[in-house]
Design a protein around this ligand. Structure first.
Ligand code: MN
Length: 251
């Protein structure tokens, strides 16, 4: 079964980018017929979360991941967007609600029973996956060994902000990468970067597909990165604009 196989294809934040996901899966040798996901021999597909919001095909992405999980060929952790959408669909008032708009508009067209399946699947996703005998940790936002239990799970899913504002006017995110000294390689998403690069024992796979960047996979244990380009900039935010402007300016 997946844990024993120990060979993983770990995918960054998908955010409803089904077409890019399908093109990535084809490159990796997976087949998806709309119902069943067939992996290459001995491999397991792993998602770092943020399956939903911002992008064009949220329900379709969740269905692919859900079928993969149900048939034992895929795993996923829960991202902050997955968590917030599940809570909104359960009737909780969540903020900022505008980030849910793309998902909610798409799910409105589905029968209520299908939406309930999506809600329950997202709500049940784990905050963390410890794989390969503890040598590999997959989380959405980050890891803090100084926390435990619910507080650690909360950080794994949502990360944290420091309460300060950066010189660019963004809410400063808590830096867990610099102080991280754990033995496990932490593979995560959440913070868009232009290229996936290992920093110490951490690797951020969110290469901003939904913003017009790339969708990236880490093949583990080979430590090979495979990316496909985004087919469109489906959304934008200030963090991504600043990243791409700096590249344009040669900085
Ligand atoms: Mn994300």
């Amino acid at each position: 079964m997946p844990e024993a196989a120990g060979r993983y294809d770990i995918v960054g934040d998908v955010h409803g980018c089904l077409d890019e996901l399908l093109s990535l899966l084809e490159r990796l040798g997976y087949r998806w017929n709309g119902q069943d996901l067939t992996p290459p021999q001995g491999r397991t597909l792993v998602f770092v979360g943020d399956l939903v919001d911002r992008g064009p095909k949220v329900a379709e992405v969740v269905t692919l991941v859900r079928r993969g999980v149900e048939t034992g060929v895929a795993l996923s952790v829960r991202g902050n967007h997955d968590d917030r959408l599940a809570r909104a669909l359960a009737g909780e008032a969540v903020k900022p609600s505008r980030l849910l708009d793309t998902s909610l508009a798409q799910l409105e067209r589905l029968p209520a029973a299908d939406v309930a399946v999506i809600r329950d699947f997202l709500a049940a996703l784990p905050a963390r996956l410890e794989l390969d005998g503890g040598r590999l940790l997959v989380v959405h936002a980050g890891e803090r060994a100084d926390l435990s239990g619910d507080a650690r799970a909360e950080f794994n899913v949502n990360g944290a902000t420091t309460g300060r504002v950066t010189e660019d006017g963004l809410k400063e995110r808590f830096d867990w990468v610099t102080p991280y000294t754990g033995a496990a390689l932490v593979v995560y998403g959440h913070t868009p970067v232009l290229r996936a690069e290992q920093v110490g024992q951490t690797l951020d796979l969110d290469t901003g597909c939904v913003f017009g960047g790339q969708l990236t996979t880490l093949r583990y244990p080979e430590m090979e990165l495979v990316s496909v380009p985004s087919l469109g900039a489906y959304a934008t935010n200030r963090h991504w604009q600043l990243l791409t402007q700096r590249v344009g300016a040669g900085a």
